[in-house]
Design a protein around this ligand. Structure first.
Ligand code: GAL
Length: 667
């Protein structure tokens, strides 16, 4: 299905956040709305955790309070992203249907008293949730404040896997659909091993706690099933909404930067536009790159169309061991980096800081301190900035290169009993993305089987598992003139996690012109020197080139002399995890070989540069300076934020942002 673009009713960029009026006496609401107007808020997400207020007892709905909230917002010209409120069933629900509570791998049922306390396969949950959705949609279908639907909230954040008997039955149905019969299942799971041969479907279970390592193919399929089980709920809500409000776009907030538990490529297909939440981790050494990473994944999931930053934080979060406040200016830079990368707005969790509950120490647009506060002043400034950036809305970003990201491959690679725990996928994809960020190149992400011919270079940092079709797609891409760089431990198993025999890297052996016969993972903290002077970590390989040119080989340790970096025409391979410097150099070499240059030449290291463009050629060059020193680059245009013209050169102050509009011809 083709996704329509994001067409919310407010004109320009969206600004606001989660608004939870049910946490406050009604007399506070007037003040909320007055301050929202002061800050330039034009969209709020209402009702995300309001199920208990909407349906206080089974089948008894109360909408009066929500009628009043929506009317107040309408009168103040603030549009609403109305939540379906299904993310946190109220206590009466599990109390009445205890079997709907999720069960962990040890068979422990998890109690209610938090949120997302339900099993994705529970028929009772599905029925009651869909009923609520239907009631909400029927009541508010023509409400003038309704701009979009917010389905559920962060699916799978807390209840990604459930191992209960109901889930077991649903898993069996999913497996039957995938494999047809038990013969197919036994073959796919390799159950000849350790006498795991199944003779009756009733014997097949989720991967519950076992004596020792369970079957990895079973674990992988359970992860696929779990993603699909939640997706089925999202799709059901989406369909229910579409029946009643076909013209109102619906989305759910994904967590593209730090949650890899759902196969978001499949999810994005059912959403009218992609929305994501992006929270920074205090221990990160490059939070600005983390922001860009999550944003570029979100844009790519929506196939380049405008998307929406549904939540981020004005300052500290509450769920890390040490919750660091954002220093002055970071709120603005983070928001505008998302906008630079295609978000048609910047929303926060949440509008007003809570007084009670698990998130009372989470920052908000309106902090506990009230309006006489740094955060509030920055919130008001950001609102004004976003207004000035209104012309940017609905323009798009063109990625210069693609990075392959595959969720099931990562799940399999990060399962148990692998050669090394250091060969994770998702952190490595992030690390390669970091190299591209530092190279100043705008990256898109793509699933492995995608049509990639418009990209001069494709990076495959870690693709342990690949199907024949997807491997062939990458080979055709190179045949068609594309340049490819593949990272270590890729192509080694098929989609059932079965090893591809005959030498590694399996599916990519011929394409890359190398044959690896044995892996030599390194001890913790180990490193290996390469002939070109770079340093590898975690992994080494014993093998030889079968057609490729050897650019670098290992110079010490047990695999000295084996190829480490090779090039087979346009297909490059690196067989170790290069450290950041080495990776930067290799990425630069591959980009240069394919003729890809940084978007803005001679850019100081901390300067982020991304361009959005309208179909008529009008372009917006976002320059975000994350460094402590001013950054000067060659660029021409009018700064939308200040109105200043620059011809030939622009200087971005430390921590500042410039957005240059040009007709596109000056570039
Ligand atoms: C998100 C969630 C919000 C809030 C926020 C806190 O995961 O959608 O409801 O919990 O995190 O950072």
């Amino acid at each position: 299905m083709d996704m329509p673009s994001l067409t919310p009713r407010p004109v320009g960029l969206l600004y606001g956040g989660d608004y939870n009026p049910e946490q406050w006496p009604e007399r506070v609401w007037e003040e909320d709305v007055r301050l929202m107007r002061e800050a330039g808020v034009n969209l709020v997400t209402v009702g995300v955790f309001a199920w208990a207020w909407l349906e206080p007892a089974p089948g008894r709905y109360q909408f009066g309070w929500l009628d009043r909230v929506l009317e107040l917002l309408r009168r103040n010209e603030i549009a609403v992203d109305l939540a379906t409120a299904t993310a946190s069933p109220p206590p009466w629900f599990p109390h009445r249907y205890p079997k709907s509570l999720p069960v962990d791998t040890d068979g422990r049922r998890l109690w209610y008293g938090s949120r997302q306390s339900f099993c994705a396969s529970s028929p009772e949950y599905r029925d009651v949730a869909l009923h609520l959705v239907d009631r909400l949609a029927s009541r508010y279908h023509d409400h003038p404040a309704l701009a979009m639907w917010h389905i559920h909230n962060e699916y799978g954040c807390h209840n990604l896997h459930c191992y209960c008997d109901v889930s077991a039955a649903a898993f069996r149905v999913w497996l039957r659909n995938r494999y047809g019969d038990l013969g197919g299942l036994n073959d796919a799971w390799g159950t000849a091993f350790w006498s795991q041969w199944y003779t009756d479907w009733a014997q097949v279970l989720p991967p519950r706690a076992t004596t020792t390592i369970g079957n990895p193919a079973q674990a992988l399929d359970f992860r696929r099933f779990s993603s699909d089980a939640l997706l089925a709920l999202c799709t059901a809500e989406r369909e229910a909404l579409r029946q009643i409000t076909p013209g109102i776009p619906a989305t759910t907030n994904l967590m593209t930067g730090n949650f890899f538990g759902l196969d978001y490529w499949r999810w994005a297909r059912v959403l009218d536009f992609v929305a994501t939440d992006n929270y920074l981790v205090g221990t990160s050494t490059a939070p600005h790159v983390d922001v860009a990473y999550a944003a570029d994944i979100a844009r790519s999931l929506g196939r380049g169309r405008p998307w929406l930053l549904m939540e981020h934080s004005t300052s500290a979060v509450n769920w890390q061991p040490r919750n660091l406040a954002k220093p002055p200016g970071m709120l603005r830079r983070n928001s505008l980096s998302h906008v630079a990368r295609g978000s048609d707005g910047a929303l926060f969790f949440q509008w007003r800081a809570s007084r009670s509950g698990a998130e009372k120490w989470h920052s908000a647009m309106l902090p506990h301190a009230g309006t006489d506060s740094r955060v509030w002043r920055e919130v008001v400034e950001l609102g004004a900035a976003l207004k000035r950036l209104a012309p940017v809305a609905s323009s798009t970003v063109d990625g210069q290169v693609a990075v392959v990201l595959d969720y099931p491959s990562g799940w399999a690679a990060e399962g148990r009993a692998q050669p090394s725990v250091d060969m994770g996928t998702f952190d490595e994809v992030r690390r390669w993305y970091g190299a591209l960020w530092r190279a100043g190149v705008t990256a898109d992400f793509a699933p492995p089987g995608a049509e990639l011919s418009r990209y001069p270079v494709v990076f495959v940092p870690a693709l342990y598992l690949v199907s024949d079709n997807d491997a062939n797609a990458l080979a055709s891409y190179v045949d068609g003139g594309g340049t490819l760089l593949v990272g270590p431990y890729s192509g080694v198993v098929d989609e059932c996690d079965r090893v591809r025999p005959g030498g590694y890297p399996g599916a990519f052996r011929d394409l890359l012109g190398v044959r690896i016969e044995e892996f030599y993972p390194m001890p913790a903290g180990g490193s290996v020197k390469l002939s070109g002077g770079s340093v590898g970590h975690a992994w080494r390989e014993l093998g030889r080139a079968t057609g490729a040119e050897v650019l670098e080989s290992y110079v010490d340790g047990p695999v000295a002399g084996s190829p480490a970096v090779t090039r087979n025409g346009r297909a490059w391979y690196v067989g170790t995890r290069l450290d950041d410097d080495g990776l930067d150099q290799l990425v630069a070499q591959v980009l240069a070989a394919a003729g890809v240059a940084a978007l803005v030449a001679d850019r100081p290291p901390g300067l982020e540069a991304v361009r959005r463009r309208h179909p008529d050629g009008t372009a917006y060059l976002f320059l975000v300076n994350h460094a402590d020193a001013p950054a000067t680059v060659a660029a021409t245009g009018t700064d939308l934020l200040t109105g200043a013209d620059s011809a030939g050169e622009v200087t971005v102050p430390p921590g500042g942002v410039v957005v240059l509009r040009s007709s596109g011809e000056e570039e």
